[in-house]
Write a protein that binds this ligand. Sequence first.
Ligand SMILES: NC(=O)C1=CN([C@@H]2O[C@H](COP(=O)(O)OP(=O)(O)OC[C@H]3O[C@@H](n4cnc5c(N)ncnc54)[C@H](O)[C@@H]3O)[C@@H](O)[C@H]2O)C=CC1
Ligand SMILES: O=C(O)C1=N[C@H](C(=O)O)C[C@H](O)C1
Length: 273
Amino acid sequence: MIRVAVTGACGRMGSGIIRRILEEEDMELVAAIEAPGTPLSGRDIGEFTGRGMVGVEVTDASDLADTLADTEPDVLVDFTVAPAAVKTIKTSAEAGVNLVVGTTGFSEEEMQTVRDCIGRSGVRAVIAPNMAVGVNVFFKVLRDLAPILSDYDVEIIEAHHRHKKDAPSGTAVRALEVISEATNRRAEEVAVHGRSGLTGERSKEEIGVHAVRAGDIVGDHIVLFAGDGERLEIVHRAHSRDAFIGGVIRAIRFIEKAEPGRIMDMGDVLGIN
Ligand SMILES: NC(=O)C1=CN([C@@H]2O[C@H](COP(=O)(O)OP(=O)(O)OC[C@H]3O[C@@H](n4cnc5c(N)ncnc54)[C@H](O)[C@@H]3O)[C@@H](O)[C@H]2O)C=CC1
Ligand SMILES: O=C(O)C1=N[C@H](C(=O)O)C[C@H](O)C1
């Protein structure tokens, strides 16, 4: 039985992940953690996941170290917000708890802190900006396609729901990195985040990145390769969060086989790297 703790437990992803864990015969939810100062402490998590009483109470993230000591999870799943996730990862790593992290919006400095925590502690970790199988195939297609179309103009467009707090999406950032690496460009040098004013003609090297926030869009990603007289569009559209949650479940089952002390991604989980 895999003992699972979830942080961000009452969020869009956390609550959906918990609903799914409760249906898996080889998994047991042992902790449901919410933001520091949450008014939900002590409430049964079942009240927020539509599954009736579960027997697991919401706990406060400020007590995370004690919660991990008391519940002894095999893995902690985090879908929160980057600054919080860094603290959660640090506390979990120090407690020897493996990690599946889907939170996005990490700065490079925050990501380095995360790498150091995981490297020092030797815990196993899967960290991915998008856990959907289709998106990780999308990344592989981009990696193979970009060198062939290296003289085409590349633009990345992502669209998400009005509640999303970070931009551009972690998926769009990863697509930018994949294309840059595959075409010997430095992402931080070629990325153009939106355009406004008299910008002049685009350079051949630049990669435009554009974020749409509207309605209840679950997550769309489009990469344009535009040439003379034609363009190729690689598109992924998530219809529901089930696409991401299915990947989370795969990652939870994978974690025991992950390399200690190294951040692995969904390509490793799916064996397509
Ligand atoms: N990797 C993937 O496949 C996916 C990643 N995401 C990412 O997951 C993150 C969360 O997305 P949503 O669930 O839509 O957001 P949300 O805002 O619905 O949920 C976040 C939850 O985390 C809680 N929280 C904040 N700080 C916390 C802390 N220190 N400890 C415990 N809980 C804390 C909030 O109270 C909230 O309930 C975002 O970064 C998003 O980009 C979202 C979907 C898929
Ligand atoms: O916030 C979301 O909803 C999503 N965020 C992730 C990202 O930032 O790429 C993954 C997915 O697109 C949904």
